[in-house]
Design a protein around this ligand. Sequence first.
Ligand code: CP
Length: 309
Amino acid sequence: MEWRHRHVLDLDSWDRSELQHILEQTRSMDELLDRPIKKVPALRGKLVVNLFFEPSTRTRVSFELAEKFLSVDVVNWTASGSSTGKGETLRDTAWTLEAMGADAVVVRHGAVGAADYLAKKLRRSVVFNGGDGAHAHPTQALLDLYTAWKSLGDLHGRKLAMIGDVLHSRVARSDIIAFSRMGVKVELSGPPTLMPRAPEALGATFRKDPHDAVRDADIIYLLRIQRERQEEGMFPSLDEYHQFFGADSRLMGSARPDALVMHPGPINRRVEISSEVADGPQSMILGQVRSGVALRMALLFVCLGGVRQ
Ligand code: CP
C-alpha cells in the first residue's frame, strides 16, 4: 500500500484499509518481539526526539523501546530541566531539535492541537502525536484496535462498551473513531456530566445504565477519571463513582464471561476498575502495553520508510 499519512496526528481521515494495513504491520512487529534478539537495523541512521510536556509511562517508554528495537538514535526530552523554563516556545524548541537532525518528533502536550501545530511548523520532521489535551491519542487507539483484533479476529459486527470519563478523554475520541471505522458498534456509559453532548456525532450511542452497556459486549473499555482535566463536582465522590460505574464483579456479572476488559492505563484501582477485574482472566491491560511497543514500531517503520531485512 502507498502510505499517504506523512504524520500521525489523529485518525480522523484514516480509512478502514489503512487501519487494516497498520494492524498487519503491527502483527509482524509483534512476532519480532518474541525473538530473543529483538533489535533489527530497519531504521538505522534515523534520529527521533521524544518530546514530552506531560507525564507519561506507557507512551514514552514504548516509543523509546520501539525506536531502539528498530535501531533509531533516540533523544528523550522532557520539559523539566529544559529551556522551556526560560521561556522558549514549543515552536522554537522543535525547530532547535530539528536543526540538530531530528527525522521525527513524538510529542505529548496538554494543549489541543499541539501536534498539528508542530506538523505545520516543522520543515522535514515527521510528527507523531503522543496525546494532545483532550483531543486525540491516535497511537493508543491503534494499539487498542490491534489488541482486540489479535484476540477476536475480524472486528466487524462486534460491540465495544466504553465506560467512564468520555468527555475529557483523548483516548475515547480516538478509540471511537478507530473501532467504529472497523465496523464495531460503540456504546458509552458513565455519569451524564462526563459524556459528550452528542455521542451520535462521534459514532456512538449512550446507555445510562452501565449494566445495559456491557451486556453482549465483546470488549469492555474502562476509562480513567481524568481529574487533571475536570472541574470540581462532576460526580459526587470517587466511592459513589465506583459503586455505579466501576468495573467490579457485580458489573462483570452482567457481561459475557469471555468479554475482553481493556483500559489504556494508568489505572485507578477501586475507582474505574477493581483489582479483581484489572488482574483477572479477562483483563487485556498488560497485553495492551505489549501491543503498544509493536504498534509504535509499525508506525515508525511505515512513516519513516523502514527497510525490511
Ligand atoms: N495510556 C497512556 O497514554 O499512558 P501514559 O500516560 O502512561 O503514556
